[in-house]
Design a protein around this ligand. Structure first.
Ligand SMILES: Cc1cc2nc3c(=O)[nH]c(=O)nc-3n(C[C@H](O)[C@H](O)[C@H](O)COP(=O)(O)OP(=O)(O)OC[C@H]3O[C@@H](n4cnc5c(N)ncnc54)[C@H](O)[C@@H]3O)c2cc1C
Length: 452
């Protein structure tokens, strides 16, 4: 009697949605190893985004908020590469990897789409080339490097004319990512000043631009107002009901025509679903794939989607679940169980979840939190933020490293070292002729490249 072929499950994306789908499948496979699962991700690590602003603000070491995916998975295979295209008719996905980006075609029986979202500049002039973003580890490193580079440059007399521009930072977006970033950047710059003898508080300008009337609208007016007051006390300028119109080398132009002279604009004011979704013949809502309550794409059996790139119906509220990490990771667990149910001929179950609450760290041991309807602010909310997110950070090793960073932070000041990939100087001697060519002559220049 012929044995049935093992089902092939292919997961695209190793963020909160994809990784937690894989982790749950690991548990299911440990009981009954009846499927081959492969996870494809562009980076070989899982990024814990809630702590990203702490890397940008030099509170945490660069690698402490990321976990190597290979250390988290045993039964699931991992492919470090780019998803190039998906063919739903043929049930294949083309991926690429390596220096020359060569291609492979992967076949599947079940496809999990968890490719997340990307930054959206809404076609505003100059943003693509002048704004920094806050989505990836590279973004946080680039921002941290930029801040330190500008402090170093501004400290010299030759920079007197551009000092204020170098030391002005504009963050656009009064949601969680923007507020946490502006709070961290503000603390970092003010704590760094004593190490730069020619710089003073008067040179620093940190601005938060928000299009609504109160920042952190998800937390309500009271907590948003509290965050606004605290940040203002720490000299963050908050421009509410204001939009960024364009960006250039001169600075950031606001909706009313005001120009803020700056060389650092951080754009945290918009996302849109992964562009790869546009190529898929699935029903979408605002660019996100519409799935049923079990997270399967109704018109394509065996295709599933979750996280930021999916619209998962919230049956109770009659709308879709919001795109957050706490939803994506829980969706992943249920989705994995539904794939296993499908393979084993069992019943699939709907995803049902009531958010436990939301928290934001707003700098200097202060936070705001709404947990199960209870509102907290100040030190207790900050402590809750740290405790809850530390418990959510995967793997003991990284928890210990982050806890150590935070503990050492009580004793030492923030690190000012730039993280640069610099090729060391070199020469090429030719013994016969005695001629020497420097690296620069031979076309290999010492360079400074921020990770991206
Ligand atoms: C700065 C910041 C702070 C946040 N803070 C919080 C918070 O405090 N609480 C909260 O609940 N949510 C928070 N979020 C939101 C949360 O990170 C997202 O909702 C969550 O990551 C969505 O999970 P996902 O799996 O859909 O997408 P992601 O986690 O973004 O994962 C998508 C993965 O797909 C990979 N990928 C994309 N395209 C390709 C391709 N073509 N080929 C290969 N791989 C690809 C990406 O590299 C990534 O690893 C924050 C987000 C940011 C940016």
């Amino acid at each position: 009697m012929a044995t049935a072929r093992r089902k092939r499950v292919l997961i695209l994306g190793g963020g909160f949605g994809g990784l937690y789908t894989a982790l749950q499948l690991e548990k299911e496979l440990a009981r009954n190893n009846d499927a081959d699962v492969t996870l494809v991700n562009r980076e070989n690590f899982f990024l814990f985004t809630p702590m990203l602003h702490e890397v940008a603000a030099s509170d945490l070491d660069l690698t402490h908020i990321v976990n190597p995916i290979r250390k988290m998975l045993r039964l699931v295979k991992f492919f470090d590469g780019d998803v190039e295209s998906v063919n739903l008719q043929n049930r294949t996905v083309t991926v690429s990897h390596g220096l020359e980006h060569h291609h492979h075609v992967l076949e599947y029986d079940h496809l999990v789409i968890a490719l997340g979202s990307i930054t959206n500049f809404y076609n505003l002039p100059g943003l693509q080339s002048h704004a920094l973003t806050m989505k990836s580890l590279g973004d946080a490193i680039e921002l941290r490097n930029r801040l330190i580079e500008h402090l170093e440059e501004a400290d010299f007399e030759c920079s007197a004319g551009v000092r204020d521009q170098l030391l002005t930072v504009v963050v656009a977006g009064g949601g969680f990512a923007g507020v946490e970033t502006v709070a961290g950047v503000n603390d970092f710059l003010r704590e760094a000043l004593p190490f730069y003898p020619h710089l003073s508080e008067e040179n620093l300008r940190v601005v938060l631009v928000h299009s609504g009337p109160v920042i952190l609208p998800e937390l309500g007016e009271k907590l948003g107002g509290y965050a606004q007051k605290k940040l203002a006390q720490r000299k963050v300028e908050i421009l509410i009901d204001t939009r960024v119109k364009r960006a250039s080398e001169l600075g950031v132009e606001l909706g009313d025509g005001t120009l803020i002279p700056t060389r650092t604009l951080v754009w945290a004011a918009g996302t849109s679903p992964n562009p790869l979704l546009e190529t898929l013949p699935c029903k979408k809502d605002r660019g996100r794939i519409i799935v049923n309550e079990a997270m399967e794409v109704a018109e394509w059996p065996g295709v599933w989607a979750l996280g930021d790139c999916a619209q998962v119906p919230d049956g109770k509220a009659g709308k879709y679940y919001p795109p957050t990490a706490q939803h994506a990771l829980r969706e992943g667990k249920v989705l994995a169980q539904n794939i296993v149910a499908d393979i084993r001929g069992d019943r699939k179950r709907p995803f049902v979840f009531s958010a436990l609450g939301q928290l934001a760290a707003i700098g200097r041991r202060t936070g705001v939190a709404n947990i199960l309807g209870f509102q907290f602010s100040g030190f207790i909310a900050w402590w809750l933020w740290r405790s809850i997110y530390l418990s959510k950070l995967p793997r003991l090793e990284k928890k210990v490293r982050v806890a150590l960073d935070w503990t050492l932070d009580l004793i030492f000041s923030k690190d000012l070292v730039q993280f640069m990939t610099v090729r060391s100087a070199s020469v090429s001697h030719t013994p016969e002729t005695g001629t020497t060519s420097s690296a620069e002559e031979s076309g290999v220049r010492d360079g400074v490249a921020a990770l991206s």
